[in-house]
Design a protein around this ligand. Structure first.
Ligand code: NAD
Length: 484
């Protein structure tokens, strides 16, 4: 099958921080894939802008290396690569001074779509926004893309929003949460709102509970100093897990439009109840024979920051009253697996004599590995052994089911960047959403800091601290296995 590529108009994309880790690992290799897919219109340009002194040829060499290292399996035909590299330009710029801005003005053009990707520390967002205007580079048709973290609490997120709002309107601001760019996440909405099957059951009459797990096998890597000031709650829950929860819990919007979807997500965040302290389990990984503990990794022997968190969250509205959402995420766990599981209620009565097992329908949405979904259904065990029931998954791994059309190599970043060029904000967080998320998060963090809560220990390669298991067991439920 031929994949369908929706064309976009000619654009100039300026990447501030164009020499950084994110640009080299994700943004540029992703753009190269879009180029290969024929989605970069002739004349479009990518302009790296960063602190290092180099010329455009130097930048092209740097990005060629990055594509070789991080570009995945796509064709590396040198004609195509060279064609892509020709679209690259570079300007050495100082976000906090005036150096390079005249050159950037000269390089950018009127009459094409203009997007500015702020792939730099958030402390520079204000400087960039201000200078883009001061030097006459951006106007009211330009778009800016900003990276996470968007604040570390409500006050700093508000300050960031205010800074950006001083120069750009909300319709121009694209706050990236790359989880929203994942194929499966978008498919979640297609499955929910494009089928008659699920929506009637999508409420607390039929859904027992929902589990959202984002498990990593890696530790804090080289980000120790940053991570220790952040922790799993700020780094993962406040943004990624919260966004997933919103997509599961939201009411159907009237149309799949940017504000319609975001209005519904905002209502969910505002309906989140404060979480009771005994419904939160925080953890830190211990050392094992081969690798250091969390505290050693972040070089802070007295750190109380969590590398794992599990919590029971309640959405207080008609649809979800009595259906808890259990969230968990952590580092150095037994698998690299992200999954949303919608666990339906038991049948009230079984007509099958002797069948005492608990059969449950579970819709599992896998973000990684093997993006896809499976629906656990109960069937008769084949054979002459009488009416014995077993649970089997109806598995739909997108790569198997859809073949080439699933574009498995397509990364969330490149989808989202193309949405920026198309001017579609649906999969980006709106300012009020981010603030509402922090308004819910802040008191929880203040709470455990005020209680001097000490994170529980957990073994590397486990599913997290024992208390996280107890969080479920107390409610007569259990976490799904972390596979991956
Ligand atoms: P990095 O440190 O690797 O790169 C920073 C870039 O900013 C470099 O290109 C540098 O030249 C440029 N820069 C720094 N100070 C500057 C100045 N005064 N003027 C002009 N340019 C300047 O950082 P990164 O890992 O690429 O992260 C960039 C942003 O993306 C950060 O906000 C980070 O939180 C966010 N982010 C990164 C990742 C990731 O995987 N790396 C993931 C999610 C979010």
């Amino acid at each position: 099958m031929v994949s369908r590529v929706i064309p976009v108009d000619e654009f100039d994309l300026v990447i501030f921080g164009g020499t950084g880790d994110l640009a080299r690992r994700k943004i540029l290799p992703g753009l190269f894939r879009r180029y290969l897919a024929g989605q970069m219109p002739k004349g479009s340009r990518i302009i790296g802008a960063a602190r290092s002194e180099m010329d455009s040829d130097g930048y092209r060499a740097m990005i060629a290396e990055a594509i070789a290292e991080f570009g995945g399996e796509e064709r590396k035909d040198s004609t195509e690569l060279n064609g892509f590299l020709e679209t690259l330009h570079y300007v050495a710029i100082d976000a906090q001074g005036d150096g390079g801005w005249t050159e950037l003005f000269d390089v950018t053009r009127d009459g094409v779509i203009q997007a500015f990707y702020f792939s730099v520390a958030p402390s520079l967002f204000g400087d960039l926004a201000e200078r883009l205007h001061k030097h006459g580079i951006a106007d009211d048709t330009s778009r800016i893309v900003v990276e996470k973290p968007f604040g570390r609490d409500l006050a700093s997120a508000k300050a960031l929003n205010d800074t950006l709002a001083a120069h750009f309107e909300e319709r121009q601001i694209y706050r990236i949460d790359h989880y929203l760019g994942k194929e499966t996440v978008q498919n979640l909405m297609a499955v929910r709102f494009g089928n008659v099957l699920f929506e009637p059951l999508w409420n607390s009459h039929y859904v027992d509970h929902i589990q959202i797990t984002v498990a990593e096998t890696v530790g804090v890597g080289g980000r120790g100093a940053y991570y220790d000031k952040s922790g799993a709650m700020r780094d993962m829950v406040q943004n990624h897990l919260m966004q997933l929860l919103c997509l599961i819990a939201m009411e159907p919007p009237s149309v799949f439009g940017a504000d319609e979807v975001r209005d519904e997500k905002l209502k969910v965040i505002r309906a989140l109840q404060p979480v009771e302290p005994h419904h939160i389990v925080r953890g830190q990984y211990d050392a094992d024979a081969d690798s250091p503990s969390y505290r050693a990794d972040v070089e802070n022997p007295r750190s109380f920051t969590e590398s794992f968190i599990a919590m029971k969250v309640q959405v207080s509205n008609w649809r979800w009253a009595d259906t808890p959402f259990y969230l968990r995420t952590g580092k150095k766990l037994k698998g690299r697996a992200s999954e949303i599981a919608v666990v339906f209620k038991d049948l009230g009565h079984s007509i099958f004599e002797g069948d005492t097992a608990r059969h449950r329908n579970i819709l599992a949405i896998r973000l990684q590995p093997n993006e896809g979904m499976d629906l656990q259904v109960t069937i008769k065990e084949p054979g002459p052994g009488g009416m014995r029931l077993i649970d089997v998954p109806l598995d739909m791994t997108f790569a198997d089911a859809l073949g080439e059309d699933s574009e498995p190599a397509t990364d969330a970043y490149e989808r989202l960047i193309m949405d920026v060029i198309r001017g579609n904000q649906t999969l980006f967080m709106r300012g009020d959403e981010v603030e509402a998320a922090w308004a819910w998060t802040d008191p929880l963090i203040d709470g455990w800091e005020g209680r001097n809560d000490v994170p529980k220990h957990y073994e590397q390669g486990s599913a997290g601290p024992e208390d996280a298991m107890m969080l479920m067991h107390r409610d007569g439920r259990r976490w799904r296995d972390i596979k991956g």
